[in-house]
Design a protein around this ligand. Structure first.
Ligand code: HT7
Ligand code: ZN
Length: 884
């Protein structure tokens, strides 16, 4: 398996000005004719043309109409090489492919009632011979033909230019995309689909047709996606001045898809789980995901398609920026603080773990073996945090000027992250040279802060040190440029902030919030005229993706919860109090006596009494830190100890707050008509968090409440929350009720694939003993399909990522236990769908961070996988780097 290096980047030897495709789909085989109008790139020496192609049967090849004899070209397993004799020419090929046999879900494949494509990152080479790299941008015309009754709908990128009937019951459609694009944005769909139509009038008065294609049975579940699309189009005009640029925007929903969705120009292809939504089948989280993913793909039209990446090392250029854009959109549509809490939780629970593991990489990696492995939380979520830091350093007006300049300067180009930062530097005059370390260094910086108060001088000093642990690509890190947003909390409220070189009169009236720019390894900030020893409110809004280390006492944390004006920091303080309780429980050990420190329930009691507190925020505050987050705080991870400690704290809180929990649950349970607005979602989330506590050790009456919610719910959020509360409870009566409810649920929802996936995932996460047997039974269930990524993620991903007691059970021999189960599943999946197999490996890759018994067991499974003769490059990269 070869490694590709950023430093080896060279422009292509040829450009492809025009791409004309004819894709003729037949049952069992498809023929692809391509006509490429090519031109030598004069800045590159040598005339050899190396075209990418994988799994293609070459039937014809010609240059300028002249067939090429076999000695004129060399065909390897993934490259076709030839040396054209002129600088400009037309290369024609005809290949045969078998989409029905394509289980990798990359290239052209069949899913249920349709043929569809997935070309990012390197899937186009499975369709035809091409320069399959993002810096080769071409004008595409695509003629698709197929049987009219099997595939009444024929779609590709751009605008429809011609359509008509052919002999033998076939028909065709020709699409032309006027915007030059790289091959990874190519898409084609042919199938039996129904559509929902709407339209949007852009800011310059252009009418755009909006079409969502789904299977006929799903027509009633498209409204939320359509509304989300219209909101996104309007938001991008208002917030970034970006108008849509074709006559039509299409979304196609497909059941078998490796990721969430794909931003192909004018023809987005979506996993059904990210388009379809209805109150009875979709949870509130599902509704929010549809809105977020629709927005994300739509925003790519500018940040990704009009301005694209020069090479795949620049992936975060489009993904980090677009995640930042979709996150701001969601914040504007709902609650800004809630969205921030959600984003930060994802980052800290999963991206921090990635940054501390063997696959750690900077947001602009310097090498890779298989690019599919780099669609990571680092590229996406940390990438978005880096853009957020730039936006916050510049402020809204300058950041908008910067994005305007970036889009204007690079429209129609394939560019780098440096071009993005240069636009920001040019509009602001700021020096981003040190900031560049965020792009080229992996790892999560640890920010250790100590403070000192001098009562006589009324001076308060914060001394900030940064240290970033070694990662595989770099042992010693240069200091990062870290924006540290902060305030100081006094007895009666927040204190005014005056730094050493400032004059109080020159500062704004509301002067209680600051961004300190930390650039050195150790740096002090001295505040003057500080009347009392304050409690520092640090890293407000999580102003940088770092681990904060400040020795807060529990009383300090209580002060922040009660007095800080920053909602995010208040949430953080509650989480830190929870972490302190979990640490107490861990210190007590498995059989030891654990007493819950009184300050945590006291804080919660006062929060229950705050009528003005956002219910969604309170629901998050009541949710204990995730096991993954707790694991990130440990020097050596003992997963069972973490699980036990977290459960103990949950039980203790359930007992201490029983009255408040029940009162709140009952108050929020009054019947109101379902709505997916932020306020209603918040109400349901608080109600259902209360229910999950109440179900920890439920009385018969509480169990009845839960069963009633399950049986009478008119929306999936409440229905599955009640079911989850039963399944996750360790109480025997609750477990018995869960077994009945699970079976009723399946009977009710067996025809709704996306609901059945939720049912699979919930059972996979069931912590009760015997999980390995249960998960194996799920794999044999009539509704399970080992070719469908959503089902694989639900069952195998759910078990290995969300069921600590069972996944981390070691078994008596190496062939038993959760790790062996995962390795066996990966082995089987790798032959079919390497991308999914490689992703499933994640829990095993972190073996070095675990206590010895777990660590050795994980390692031996990885070693066995490495011995497999036919391991895919995808899995090889992850396994070999994990063991290195
Ligand atoms: N840009 C899209 C990436 C994507 C993808 C990558 C590898 C394999 C399959 C894939 N499907 C979609 C998704 C996005 O960020 O919008
Ligand atoms: Zn994206």
């Amino acid at each position: 398996v070869q490694t590709v290096y950023l430093n080896d980047y060279q422009q292509p030897a040829y450009w492809i000005d025009k791409t004309e495709l004819e894709v003729d789909i037949y049952s069992g085989e498809t023929f692809v004719r391509s006509r490429l109008t090519m031109r030598k790139n004069s800045s590159i020496e040598g005339a050899q043309l190396d075209l990418h192609g994988e799994g293609l049967e070459l039937l014809e090849i010609a240059i300028d109409g002249e067939p090429l004899s076999e000695e004129r070209y060399v065909q390897g397993p993934s490259v076709l090489s030839l040396t054209p004799e002129t600088e400009k020419f037309v290369l024609e090929t005809k290949v045969r492919i078998e989409p029905e046999q394509n289980t990798s879900l990359e290239g052209l494949y069949r899913s249920r009632t349709m043929y569809c494509t997935q070309c990012e990152a390197e899937g186009f080479r499975k369709i035809t011979y091409y320069l399959d790299r993002p810096d080769v941008m071409s004008d595409f015309t695509t003629r698709v033909s197929a049987d009219k009754s099997r595939c009444p709908v024929l779609l590709s990128n751009g605008n429809l230019v011609e359509a008509g009937s052919l002999d033998n019951g076939r028909h065709f459609a020709t699409w032309h995309d006027p915007h030059k694009k790289p091959a990874y944005l190519f898409a084609l769909v042919a199938g039996d689909l129904a559509k929902v139509e709407d339209s949007f009038t852009t800011c310059s008065g252009k009418q755009v047709a909006l079409e969502i294609f789904v299977e006929e049975k799903d027509l009633g579940k498209c409204d939320h996606a359509m509304q989300s699309l219209k909101k996104s189009m309007q938001w991008d005009e208002q917030t970034y001045g970006r108008e849509y640029d074709l006559d039509i925007f299409m979304i196609v929903a497909v059941d078998d898809f490796n990721m969430g969705a794909m931003e192909n120009k004018g023809l987005n292809i979506f996993n059904t789980s990210c388009v379809l939504a209805s109150p009875t089948t979709t949870t509130d989280a599902g509704f929010q995901r549809v809105e977020g993913v629709v927005a994300h793909e739509y925003f790519h039209n500018w940040s990704g398609n009009r301005v694209t990446c020069r090479d795949w090392f620049q992936l975060s250029l489009k993904e980090g920026f677009t995640v930042y854009r979709d996150s701001e959109f969601s914040a504007d549509m709902g609650s800004r603080t809630v969205k921030r809490v959600e984003d930060v939780s994802l980052l800290r629970t999963h991206q921090f773990a990635e940054d501390a593991g063997p696959m750690a990489h900077p947001i602009r990696p310097s090498s890779y073996m298989e690019i599919s492995n780099f669609y990571t939380l680092t590229i996406y979520e940390k990438g978005a945090e880096v853009v957020r830091m730039i936006a916050n350093l510049l402020g809204p007006e300058l950041f908008r000027k910067g994005t305007d300049l970036y889009f204007e300067r690079h429209d129609g180009q394939a560019v780098t992250t440096e071009d993005f930062v240069r636009a920001m530097a040019d509009v602001s005059g700021r020096d981003f040279s040190q900031f560049d370390n965020w792009y080229n260094q992996a790892g999560t910086p640890e920010l250790t802060i100590v403070d000192a108060y001098d009562e006589n001088a009324r001076e308060y000093t914060l001394t900030v040190s940064q240290y970033t642990p070694a990662t595989p690509e770099c042992a010693v890190k240069k200091p990062f440029h870290i924006p540290l947003r902060m305030g100081l909390i006094g007895e009666a409220g927040e204190l005014a902030l005056t730094l050493a070189d400032e004059i109080a009169e020159d500062l704004p009236e509301d002067n209680t919030d600051r961004v300190l720019e930390v650039t050195q390894t150790t740096q002090s900030f001295v505040f003057h005229n500080v009347p009392e020893k304050p409690v520092p409110s640090l890293l407000r809004n999580f102003s940088a993706p770092v681990k904060l280390k400040y020795d807060y006492s529990r009383d300090d944390l209580c002060a922040i919860v009660m007095r800080d004006s920053n909602g995010f920091t208040r949430y953080e303080a509650v989480q830190s109090l929870c972490m302190a309780a979990i640490n107490d429980a861990m210190a007590a050990g498995e059989g030891g006596r654990f007493v819950l420190d009184e300050r945590l329930p006291r804080v919660y009691r006062s929060l229950f009494a705050q009528a003005e507190l956002d219910q969604a925020m309170f629901a998050y505050m009541l949710t204990l830190p995730a096991e993954g987050y707790i694991a990130e705080q440990q020097s050596e991870i003992d997963p069972q100890a973490i699980y036990q400690a977290r459960s103990k704290v949950k039980s203790a809180l359930a007992q201490a707050l029983a009255g408040e929990l029940e009162q709140t649950y009952r108050a929020l349970s009054v019947d109101v008509e379902y709505s997916a607005d932020a306020e209603s979602i918040a109400r349901r989330s608080l109600k259902n968090v209360c229910l999950s506590y109440l179900m920890d050790q439920p009385s018969d009456a509480t169990l009845e409440l839960c069963k009633t919610q399950f049986e009478t719910a008119t929306n999936m959020t409440d229905e599955i929350a009640a079911l989850t509360a039963m399944v996750m409870s360790e109480n025997a009566k609750a477990q018995a009720a869960a077994a009945v409810a699970l079976s009723d649920f399946y009977v009710k929802w067996r025809d709704e694939a996306l609901v059945v996936n939720q049912w699979f995932a919930l059972q996979a996460r069931n912590p009760a003993a015997g999980g390995l047997k249960r998960v194996n039974d799920l794999l044999q269930h009539e509704a399970y399909d080992s070719s469908n990524p959503n089902k694989i993620r639900a069952v195998i991903g759910g078990f290995c990522g969300g069921n600590t007691p069972n996944f981390h059970s070691l078994g008596e021999t190496p062939e038993q236990g959760g790790y062996a189960f995962l390795a066996q599943q990966i082995q089987q999946l790798d032959a079919k769908n390497p991308q999914i197999a490689a992703r499933l490996l994640t829990p095993l890759t972190r073996w070095r961070r675990y206590a010895p018994a777990y660590s050795q067991a994980m390692r031996s499974q990885l070693e066995a996988l490495l011995e497999m003769p036919s391991l895919s490059p995808d899995c090889y990269e992850v396994v070999s780097k994990s063991l290195a």
